[in-house]
Design a protein. Sequence first.
Length: 72
Amino acid sequence: MQRTGIGREQTDAFAAAASEDRETAWTDQYMRLIIRFDTGAPRYRWLTTSLFVAAGRLLGTGHIEYAVHRNT
């Protein structure tokens, strides 16, 4: 799996949530990823012909949640 991400400046809401070990709303930060899979296994070939785009948010200090969307 390869991923490329974009993150913008932290908002005050993101910084506060990180310091208080709590989650953020999806709109409290700009965190985006493009995910690409490489596999030779026939049953997972569909992963190599799709583009996956994700948004991320903080679930607490050191934990990120991603909403991943598949584009074919």
